[in-house]
Design a protein around this ligand. Structure first.
Ligand code: ADP
Ligand code: ADP
Length: 233
């Protein structure tokens, strides 16, 4: 499992008079198997940072390293599908026309795994997220929390070294959110997948993280363990 290094990351949207610097030369590192959180108000540049790490945005400048691989530098840009990552977004994009099984199997079909191998790996990860008994259901027959577990299983089925989570709990009600927070953290620990989590919720960040980077206006204004962040707000 791999560490993550982000160095001098800058992302500017638009051109000319409409130029806007969403991420302004930020740097941070995440140790392998750790749970790292980007915390800050809406619009501070959290999602843009995550999208750059995922390869969904091409940074204006800076370097990103996932494990031993430089995925972004002035000379290099590795596309999303060649990065060793899994992603979950706020509006769990599970496909309504596919069963739970087929949703989770999809990334393996794309990378042409053998049928028997697909079955075993899909059922194993569905077991991990507690959804094996619902593998033949369709998303419309599932609760929000269950759909989010399917998203998580789909993100993890290729056993990525890095998991990127963009406000994955924010559409859930308070009770479910609390429960999913604990579950997500248990799964992350068990699989030892290096994780970057994006949230605007300070309580969530303090409760879940090994380390937190607090962002404001495209910069990191504070970085440390939850204890350190809590001490000096
Ligand atoms: P867990 O919560 O999974 O049990 P531990 O409590 O064993 O994790 O260890 C987490 C420790 O890792 C924290 O003290 C945290 O500060 C430390 N750590 C040091 N550097 C980093 C980093 N770059 N990213 C994540 N965690 C880090
Ligand atoms: P956060 O995730 O912290 O809410 P974002 O990274 O989504 O912040 O956005 C950072 C800033 O960049 C915001 O001011 C937002 O309006 C702007 N922004 C985001 N996406 C685009 C885009 N595609 N074009 C122009 N501006 C954008």
């Amino acid at each position: 499992k791999h560490a993550i290094h982000v160095r001098g990351l800058e992302h500017v949207y638009g051109t000319g008079k409409k130029k806007f610097t969403a991420v302004d030369h930020i740097s941070f590192s995440v140790e392998e198997s750790r749970f790292y959180t980007l915390l800050g108000p809406s619009g501070c540049g959290k999602s843009t940072t995550l999208h750059c790490i995922a390869g969904l945005e091409r940074p204006t400048s800076g370097e990103i390293e996932l494990g031993d691989t430089v995925v972004v530098s002035s000379r290099r840009f590795v596309p999303t599908h060649r990065r060793d990552i899994g992603m979950v977004f706020q509006d769990y994009a599970v496909w309504p026309h596919m069963t739970v099984f087929e949703n989770v199997a999809f990334p393996l079909r794309v990378s042409r795994h053998k049928v028997r191998d697909v079955k075993e790996r899909v059922m194993r990860i569905l077991e991990t997220v507690g959804m094996a008994h619902l593998s033949q259901r369709r998303p419309s027959e599932l609760s929000g929390g269950q759909q989010q577990r399917v998203s998580l299983a789909r993100a993890l089925v290729r056993e990525p070294s890095v998991l990127l989570l963009d406000e994955p709990l924010s559409n859930l009600d308070a009770t479910l959110r609390e429960q999913m927070r604990a579950e997500l953290r248990q799964i992350q620990r068990r699989l030892k997948v290096t994780t970057i989590f994006v949230t605007h919720d300070q309580y969530e960040a303090l409760a879940m993280s090994n380390r937190i980077a607090v962002m404001r206006n495209g910069t990191i204004v504070q970085e440390g363990t939850p204890r350190e962040i809590y001490r000096e707000p």
